[in-house]
Design a protein around this ligand. Structure first.
Ligand code: PLP
Length: 398
């Protein structure tokens, strides 16, 4: 496949602010005026270009962010949302009607799992959860009424990689769409280019990287995004999970350091993985050949961004994991907090936090140990120091 560089693609985007500001102007307006009544009517029907109607639909600030996201993703367009879960639920609801069926990976973010396992039943939509690593099981789960195949590129918290090109073939052969949450691996993977129809993000994480807001994004073809914001039937337009314009603009600025942040997050996690390996600490990282998806990762990745900033260690029991996490916080490794993609290192016990919505039997089926500590490696300048502090915390609880 042709080489793709998300960061260079973003750099190439030539945006001129109306006032010659080097940063995009914030458009602080909920509604927009028209000189002629007919233009307003035409805009309602999606028949004009360059006009804005109302900020739940488009706003110059959200459009500008959307264009930058599309450049990174290699999609035609994107639509920013008020949270990652808003992006996911909006995109899922847009594809299904009562009586339809979804095939989802069983290892999805806890909130997504709760939505698919509990909430969407209200609309009489059935969901089958499968192990996405097992492509035969995925094929078997497909039914005539399957409309969506849903997965995360890198899953939470086991860091297994979904085979996007193969899943795309399976989905399309069944007349379904492949929806992919790429929150853990922006720039590293470009799922749309690998065959996904829609790419979803919690921008709360790496994309924004500052932990100062909650936000999400839906990326896809222009036709698809326009159908989402159709005034009569668009799920985004009618449920209204829009991102505020101030936030759109602040996130857009942070996109321009995303490539540097991703490289450093990856470099630090790789450093820890190698040190864990040397010292015999049970770890899980897709960047070393021991990981079952190492080759698959390499076959799908964009060059230069590494293997990601997520890494986990297995401390066998939840009690031991808790003691180590408290000690690591005390020693200054980072924070005992959910979420990821921050410049500080964050860690949590997945089974008791971000995956706690996933029932215990499924956690076992996923292969998740109750003592699993998931790290989102920060941008630490000296990863050896970080490793020494982690080791100190582990040794203190032996
Ligand atoms: N997708 C993944 C992989 C996540 O880790 C999260 C975390 O919260 C979400 C989606 C939901 O995003 P948000 O919290 O921005 O709604």
């Amino acid at each position: 496949m042709e080489k793709f560089d998300p960061a260079t693609n973003l750099e190439k985007l030539d945006k001129k602010d109306a006032y010659r500001g080097v940063n995009p102007a914030i458009c602080d307006s909920a509604t927009f005026m028209f000189e002629h009544a007919k233009t307003m009517t035409d805009t309602f029907h999606g028949e004009t270009e360059g006009y804005f109607l109302y900020s739940r639909h488009w706003n110059p600030s959200t459009l500008s962010l959307a264009q930058s996201l599309a450049a990174i993703e290699g999609t035609e367009l994107a639509w920013p949302t008020g949270s990652g879960l808003a992006a996911i639920t909006t995109a899922l609801l847009h594809e299904v009607k009562a009586g339809d069926h979804i095939v989802s990976s069983m290892t999805v973010y806890g909130g997504t799992f709760a939505f698919l396992n509990n909430y969407i039943k209200k609309f009489n939509v059935e969901v089958t959860f499968v192990n996405m690593q097992n492509l035969d099981a995925v094929k078997k789960a497909i039914r005539p009424n399957t409309k969506v195949l849903y997965t995360e590129t890198m899953n939470n918290p086991l860091l297994r990689i979904a085979n996007i090109p193969e899943l795309s073939k399976i989905a399309h052969a069944a007349g379904a769409k492949l929806l992919v949450d790429n929150t853990f691996t922006p720039m590293i993977f470009s799922p749309y280019r690998l065959g996904a129809d829609v790419v979803l993000y919690s921008m709360t994480k790496y994309i924004n990287g500052m932990n100062d807001c909650v936000a999400g994004a839906i990326c896809g073809s222009a036709e698809y995004i326009n159908s989402l914001i159709d005034v009569n039937n668009g799920t985004a337009m009618l449920l209204g999970p829009v991102l505020d314009t101030f936030r759109s603009t602040s996130i857009q600025k942070n996109l321009h350091t995303l490539h540097i942040r991703m490289k450093k997050h990856s470099e630090n996690a790789m450093y820890l993985a190698k040190r864990f390996k040397e010292t015999g600490i049970k770890y899980n990282y897709p960047g070393l050949p021991e990981h079952p998806d190492y080759e698959l990762f390499k076959s799908m990745m964009n060059e230069g961004y590494g293997f990601g900033g997520m890494i986990s260690i297995d401390m066998e029991t939840a009690e031991r994991a808790s003691a180590i996490m408290e000690k690591m916080q005390e020693l200054g490794v980072g924070y005992l907090a959910v979420s990821l993609g921050y410049f500080k290192t964050l860690f949590s016990n997945s089974g008791k936090s971000t995956s706690s919505e996933v029932p215990e039997d499924i956690q076992h089926e996923m292969g998740m140990s109750e003592g699993l500590i998931r790290f989102s490696m920060g941008l630490d300048n000296d990863p050896e120091r970080t490793f020494q502090l982690i080791k100190q915390a582990i040794d203190a609880t032996k």
